[in-house]
Design a protein around this ligand. Structure first.
Ligand code: SF4
Length: 331
């Protein structure tokens, strides 16, 4: 690990100013991913700006009945918040499906959004990696790519986003509040993370120096029927091979609205918008859910070792939609 300086921020404005004076500075809160990356020589900041003591630990009702979640709320506090458990149970379940209790106690909402891929080639500096060092190549494309992307990848990078929480937030139409030199702006959650394209080194659409201050959930009554289904190699402390956040709203015997987001399959949480559109007005039955799952995966392009993810995703979508259409619960 290279030497760096450390300082505690006393206000959002002050820390943003510090970050803009030194483009090699990095924010740190829980540090559950960043410290690992520093130890592996993946990130070598000149200074760490500790934001963990800023007053950003609240979860509050918005005027329209949604929730505003400060960026420094821990994953544990968010998962156990009474309003989240009642109104957005898929978010609570997604968080509890991730990491370990100890990590969730430290990890923050903002940090969860900023965690980087767990591609083994990215973490091993003996290998080239376009994300770590642009232009050097991607050994995963023709390597051991069992955990890698089947949707939205490029010839520069086939990594997947590892976050469970972000899959739920994508399905729930969340918005990310960020603050930078130019003031505050809101980013729709589906536009926060990026596909790799020609710039796999960029995971998000944050501008240099911008700080995540909150995540806002809109009111969504049918989110109470929401489901988070995570499929992985072992039952705990493992990243998703495939995950699905889904919620279905029924009107009589028809589906009026649906939300589907996939994890473990792309460089960002993957919102299945075409499948959602198809579901509107359909009768909630096995055939409908099979067609929706086929639509969601129609553009999948598996690699040598991860073709199993295509069928796994289809089955996970069918199951999540079926459980949500029956009122939700554990899928
Ligand atoms: Fe690097 Fe992305 Fe290739 Fe992994 S998939 S080696 S992160 S460029």
């Amino acid at each position: 690990m290279k030497n760096f300086t450390y300082g505690r921020a006393s206000s959002v404005e002050e820390v943003i100013e510090q970050a803009n004076r030194d483009r090699n500075a990095m924010y740190i809160a829980g540090g559950t991913n960043l410290v690992d990356r520093m130890k592996a020589f993946l990130d070598e900041p000149s200074q760490l700006l500790d934001i963990s003591r800023l007053e950003m630990q609240s979860i509050e009702r918005t005027q329209d009945g949604g929730l505003r979640i400060d960026a420094l709320v821990t994953n544990t506090d968010l998962a156990n918040n009474a309003n989240v458990r009642r109104d957005y149970p898929l978010l609570s379940r997604a968080i509890l499906a991730g990491a370990s209790q100890q990590i969730r106690n430290m990890a923050t909402v903002g940090g969860n959004l900023m965690q980087r891929t767990r591609c083994a080639y990215y973490y091993d500096t003996a290998f080239a990696c376009n994300k770590r060092q642009p232009g050097t190549g991607c050994p995963a494309i023709n390597g051991i790519n069992r955990i890698h992307a089947i949707l939205g990848a490029s010839d520069r990078c086939v990594a997947v986003n590892p976050s469970d929480m972000s899959v739920a937030l994508a399905a729930l139409d969340a918005t990310v509040e960020v603050q930078g030199e130019q003031g505050q702006r809101d980013i729709p959650f589906v536009d926060f993370h990026r596909l790799p394209g020609d710039t796999p080194e960029r995971d998000t659409n944050l501008e240099p120096g911008e700080l995540i201050t909150a995540v806002v959930l809109p009111p969504m009554a049918f989110a109470q029927s929401g489901v988070y289904l995570k499929l992985r190699d072992r039952a705990s402390y493992a990243f998703a091979l495939v995950s699905v956040a889904a919620a279905v709203e029924l009107s009589g015997d028809q589906i009026s609205t649906a939300r589907i987001a996939l994890g473990g399959v792309a460089h960002k949480p993957w919102r299945a918008s075409e499948a959602e559109a198809f579901l509107q007005g359909q009768t909630p039955n096995q055939s409908t859910f099979e067609q929706a799952a086929d639509i969601a995966l129609q553009e999948a392009q598996p690699l040598a070792y991860n073709a199993f993810k295509v069928d796994l995703s289809r089955r996970a979508i069918r199951r999540a939609l079926a459980v949500s259409s029956r009122g939700g619960g554990i899928a």
